[in-house]
Design a protein around this ligand. Structure first.
Ligand SMILES: Nc1ncnc2c1ncn2[C@@H]1O[C@H](COP(=O)(O)OP(=O)(O)OP(=O)(O)O)[C@@H](O)[C@H]1O
Ligand SMILES: [Zn+2]
Length: 610
């Protein structure tokens, strides 16, 4: 760590003092999280809590530098915290392996931190942390990266835009390694396998690391990886010979599938795959020399014979090029695309999965964005700089910063001032209230409802009489479900710090944080409500017109679309450009950027074998 005098020269002695006392939470110890934890510990932060639900994977090691091979399968948060503690033994860091959305992380728990850093990879968790920070008034530093693009912003409830002030692009799906390697069930799984595994292993950079794998905790998994890499390495020796296509085919669509079939348990509840027969298909298909790939339909799924011919043809083409260069998949490289389309199609035939056209495969394969360590490092650094401004109460100097690359802008990093909360934002418009309850063991849900209805008459919560009460995804009460009315909050598992959502029939939402108040001095009220002074003053929402599809009124109404990438490449390109260009704020008419990255993108997850 830099010594205190160096830090004081950089940030000022007062700020260094504040940094050393600040309690900060880092959510996510992956690509950005590892860089961030290292930077925080090197910048004088001492009270750091990291949380991550995941364990370390072989594929994380190329960019998550706090992790080593011996840590595979160990919890990310724990290993990351132990690594930064070695950099600076004076820090008082804690780690938790858990989902940040778990109810144990109550509003009270969030409220104990001075600042929260999001280093996440999905929209849902980001939105949750955003809501918790707004509810508790804790500043949030939000971040995201996608390939060479990155973004950092600061969210201070009531003062700045929040994460939900503008609709985000739909979230994309993540793919566990075993789905890709062993149990594909959808066309995209086959495309990811063809591109990231088969193509990369055969024609990309030789995979040296598999040879260095040591036996350890996860010897089984590593052994299989090593065997697979070695078997493919042996095949590349046959590249350029007449046998090459047959050997690849037999390994990928016969031997490997037979190996999977031998794991009987795996197929107890699933349809087992069928190995494909090279000789049988060879007899039915024209040989590679006479085959013309341009005769294939671009927009229709291939037949198995067409897929086979395309496979043999593209193998031959790529093998002749591979002799002189290492190949990288590029959706515009026609040989590479043909190989991926053909092998994805053959795998789909083997596993009984729907077929996709070459055009659709191009869209799917082209959408995969690699995670880049340098981008993560730059974004993490910017997060720390923003955090120091927040701690010094210089929020007005905080900026949303964008990292761009390859665009026409001359600067790689651009910034823009923070905007006030959007009057249309369903999350910022909420009235975050605190309900103080004297005794969770005595107060019933019925008491709470009675109290809210009384309050409605006095304070105009805009909930009306027909309210429902939800905790997370659990419905506790609605007008058609009153089973819990006589149950105490304690018996419903509600403890201090949990957040209840009160919702009206018209989707007006009032989040209420439960809190214990002990016995009240006057001994009269068992429930009181606080926080009205924090209610933002927004003008009423304009009447909705039928074309206003975008303005959600409540996050419970949001459907996170999990779909495969659109096959409309032209509009995808337009969408991508939209993400990076100036846009007009509908509420102020001002020109503004929306975002540089896809906040919900988990595409990095599918570069499993990079
Ligand atoms: N709800 C959540 N609670 C806690 N941690 C989460 C939650 N959602 C995601 N994370 C963590 O956020 C981190 C995001 O990091 P990153 O985007 O680098 O993903 P990764 O899984 O480490 O890498 P890759 O996906 O490229 O293999 C991950 O470690 C992930 O486990
Ligand atoms: Zn908002």
């Amino acid at each position: 760590m830099r010594n205190t005098s160096q830090l004081a020269r950089l940030f000022g002695a007062n700020t260094v003092e504040k940094i050393s006392h600040a309690r900060v939470l880092v959510v996510g110890a992956g690509g950005i999280g590892c860089e961030l934890l290292k930077d925080l510990s090197m910048s004088g932060y001492r009270h750091i809590h990291a949380i991550d639900l995941d364990t370390i994977d072989l594929s994380n090691l190329n960019r998550q530098f706090l992790f080593q091979r011996k840590h595979i399968k160990k919890p990310k948060a724990l290993v990351a915290i132990s690594a930064i503690t070695q950099f600076n033994p004076q820090i008082n860091a804690q780690a938790t392996q858990a989902n940040i959305k778990d109810p144990q992380f109550t509003a009270d728990w969030f409220g104990h931190f001075d600042m929260v850093f999001n280093a996440l990879d999905n929209l849902e968790a980001r939105r949750h942390v955003n809501a918790m920070c707004l509810a508790t008034g804790v500043p949030l530093i939000e971040s995201g990266t996608a390939g060479y693009l990155g973004q950092v912003t600061v969210i201070c409830g009531g003062r700045t835009e929040c994460f939900d002030c503008h609709p985000k692009p739909a979230e994309k799906k993540t793919y566990p390694v075993c789905t890709i390697r062993s149990t594909p069930t959808a066309p995209i799984h086959c495309v990811v396998w063809a591109k990231n595994y088969l193509f990369a292993q055969l024609f990309g950079q030789a995979e040296a690391e598999a040879d260095e794998i040591n036996d350890g905790d996860d010897a089984e998994e590593l052994k299989v990886l090593r065997e697979e890499a070695q078997a493919l390495a042996r095949l590349t020796e046959a590249m350029g010979t007449d046998d090459f296509a047959r050997l690849v085919f037999e390994k990928a669509f016969c031997t490997d599938i037979e190996r999977l079939l031998s794991m009987k348990d795996m197929w107890a509840q699933r349809r087992p795959p069928k190995p494909l027969d090279f000789s049988e298909l060879e007899l039915k298909s024209p040989c590679a020399d006479k085959f013309d790939p341009t005769s294939l339909p671009d927009y229709e799924p291939l037949t198995i014979e067409q897929a086979f011919s395309l496979f043999a043809y593209s193998c031959q083409q790529l093998a002749s090029r591979r002799a002189g260069e290492v190949l990288h998949f590029d959706k515009d490289d026609i040989d590479a695309l043909y190989f991926v389309a053909a092998t994805a199609s053959l795998r789909s035939f083997a596993f009984g999965i729907d077929q996709r056209s070459i055009f659709a495969v191009k869209a799917m394969a082209g959408n995969i964005i690699p995670a880049i360590a340098t981008t993560n490092a730059m974004i993490a650094g910017m997060m720390v700089l923003q955090s120091i401004l927040v701690l010094s109460n210089r929020i007005s100097e905080c900026r949303t910063a964008y990292l761009t690359y390859g665009s026409k802008r001359t600067r790689t990093i651009t910034k823009e001032t923070l905007k006030p909360p959007s009057p249309l934002c369903p999350v910022c418009r909420r009235r975050y209230l605190t309900m103080r309850i004297a005794d969770f063991g005595k107060t019933t849900l019925g008491d709470v409802i009675e109290f809210v209805q009384l309050l409605e008459g006095q304070r105009d919560l805009k909930l009306g009489r027909e309210i429902s009460i939800v905790e997370g995804s659990r419905i506790l009460y609605d007008p058609d479900y009153d089973d819990n009315l006589t149950r105490t909050l304690e018996s419903l598992g509600l403890v201090s710090g949990r957040m209840l959502t009160l919702a009206s029939e018209d989707d007006v939402v009032v989040p209420v944080v439960l809190s214990i108040c002990g016995s009240r001095e006057d001994g009269t009220e068992s429930i009181v409500i606080e926080g009205f002074e924090r209610i933002p003053e927004f003008a009423p929402l304009p009447e909705k017109t039928p074309s206003d599809g975008n303005n959600e009124t409540d996050d419970q109404a949001v459907i996170v679309v999990v779909d495969e990438p659109s096959i409309d490449l032209a509009s995808r390109e337009q969408d991508k450009r939209k993400l990076n260009t100036q846009d007009v704020d509908p509420t102020t008419g001002e020109s503004r950027k929306r975002c540089a990255v896809d906040w919900g993108s988990s595409d990095k997850d599918i570069t499993i074998l990079d």
